[in-house]
Design a protein around this ligand. Structure first.
Ligand code: FAD
Ligand code: ZN
Length: 467
């Protein structure tokens, strides 16, 4: 059966479009938690080829795992270990098809690397604001399939809010042409929003029309030291009050997360002395550099006077601002170097975060002496990466095998009690599938399963993920 399918795929895709043999790069996820074995890797170069691949796979009943940059963190983009699933890589589909400056929109193919989408907008003097640490390798299709967040959500929203239209190939290989650049379109059910965040389980995104924005005149970045999470939340309130929409980033890093960066990536400068919480603030201004600087310095002065901040440093130029962001964005890499950890990508009402952090830190310290909480993330969006690492001297793999379930239960129980979400931006994939089944509203799960059956009746698209 699979030989016949592979012959048919080869006839459609040619040598360049069908890989067999050494496939490790496509079979292993970024965290190396879900290594699998693929039947083959299909690399179509056009939407029509994607449709042909899905038609053939449907005819042979073969499961398909869509893959973009393979930077996903929940085990959604790699095949299982059966050797029977086809990886469908979109990375050859990387054209920017159109940019409409008057409409403030851009249409690009799913395999476009995020940094290249940003660069295309910037070349026209415009801004594509989606931004995350994996932007040099993650793709627009993967960003939409996971409804990625990142560091500019506070001002511009996540991938869903930036998307105007989609082109999608269905499970049976039909093409839905929904590449509209309209900001208003109330013609029935919103199919676009159904595919966004569906993690490759409902259809394959082949292209998207995204919103663009004017470039801000000035962007200023600062690091501030806070003695407590309460102070950081109060600083967020003050920054919002003073800067309004001009506040484009508000990230936090706990003491342990920057200590880990110092240990794993000692070449990175850390401009402030260690503090309980280091906040990265970014302010974008449409008026002028002087206006922005005045606002920023006034804000930090008030914060110092009110005792919200103990120390602060404003980047003096673009290179320094970049290095501040680089510090924040290096935490996942430092963690990957240090070995496996238990990741929790959670969101909570901002008002509940100080209580959550105090309660959970104390509960985990009681649970196991020396346990390390690497806590960082997008405080402005109420999104923490609350990651738990083995005590020094304990092998990470053993730690996960013995304690992951118990620690997840403690963390997710608290998140649920406080009205939060167990997945803020990374998705469900395989990592949180059981957790979702236990914790999501039962009616919501029934509706989700009905949608899955309607769009993918043979369960061929990313089987075993999400549901
Ligand atoms: P992949 O990993 O290839 O796939 C992710 C999921 O989408 C899989 O389920 C896959 O099947 C599906 N998929 C991929 N392409 C398509 C398509 N064309 N059609 C249908 N389904 C598809 N995420 C955030 O939200 N915010 C962050 O700040 C953030 N920071 C990160 C930092 C690092 C260092 C790393 C490694 C990851 C980070 N991530 C973050 C997670 C990840 O980068 C994002 O989820 C990203 O959007 C995934 O894009 P990708 O192209 O790599 O997708
Ligand atoms: Zn994040």
């Amino acid at each position: 059966m699979s030989t016949a399918l592979l012959n048919e795929l080869h006839a459609v895709l040619g040598d360049a479009g069908l890989l067999r043999g050494e496939l490790a790069a496509y079979e292993t996820d970024w965290r190396r938690r879900y290594p699998g074995r693929a039947l083959a890797v299909a690399r179509p170069a056009s939407t029509e080829q994607v449709a042909a691949v899905l038609q053939r796979c449907a005819a042979h009943g073969v499961g398909v795992v869509p893959q973009g940059g393979n930077t996903g963190l929940v085990g959604g983009s790699t095949p299982d270990d059966s050797g029977r699933q086809l990886v469908l890589s979109l990375t050859r589909m990387k054209r920017v098809r159109a940019l409409d400056a008057a409409n403030l929109s851009l249409t690009a193919e799913a395999g476009c690397v995020l940094a290249e989408v940003q660069a295309a907008a910037s070349a026209s003097g415009l801004l594509f604001p989606l931004s995350l640490a994996a932007e040099g390798s993650c793709t627009l299709g993967g960003n939409l399939a996971t409804n990625a967040g990142g560091t500019q959500v506070l001002r511009y929203g996540n991938a869903r809010e930036l998307c105007l239209g989609l082109e999608v190939v269905t499970a049976s290989g039909e093409i839905w042409q929904g590449l509209s650049g309209l900001r208003k379109d109330n013609t029935g059910y919103d199919l676009r929003d159904l595919f966004i965040g569906s993690e490759g389980t409902l259809g394959v995104i082949t292209a998207a029309t995204m919103k663009l924005f004017p470039q801000p005149r000035e962007r200023l970045t600062a690091l501030a030291a806070c003695a407590s999470m309460e102070a950081a939340v109060a600083l967020l309130g003050l920054a919002r009050e003073r800067a309004g929409d001009g506040l484009t980033g508000f990230e936090v890093m706990n003491r342990a997360s920057l200590a880990l960066v110092a240990q794993q990536l000692p070449q990175l400068a850390q401009p402030l002395p260690a503090a309980e919480w280091t906040v990265l603030l970014e302010l974008s201004d449409a008026e002028s550099a002087e206006h922005a600087r005045g606002l920023f310095e006034g804000l930090l002065e008030t914060a110092l006077e009110r005792g919200l901040v103990d120390d602060a440093v404003v980047a003096q130029n673009g290179a320094q601002a970049k290095s501040f962001w680089h510090l924040r964005e290096s935490i996942p890499l430092a963690q990957a170097q240090a070995g496996l950890n238990i990741k929790h990508d959670i969101s909570l009402p901002v008002s509940a975060i100080p209580g959550f952090v105090a309660e959970m830190d104390a509960a985990l310290a009681r649970y196991m002496h020396g346990i390390q909480v690497i806590d960082f993330g997008h405080l402005g969006d109420g999104n923490l990466h609350y990651n738990v690492q083995a005590p020094a001297g304990v092998a990470p793999a053993d730690f996960l095998a013995t304690h992951e379930a118990a620690i997840n239960e403690q963390v997710y129980d608290a998140v649920q009690r406080l009205g939060g979400s167990i997945s803020a931006e990374h998705g469900i994939g395989r990592l949180k599938r059981e957790e979702l089944a236990q914790r999501k509203d039962p009616t919501a799960l029934t509706l989700m399963r009905a949608i899955k059956r309607a769009l993918d009746p043979l369960n061929l698209l990313n089987p075993g993920r999400v549901l």
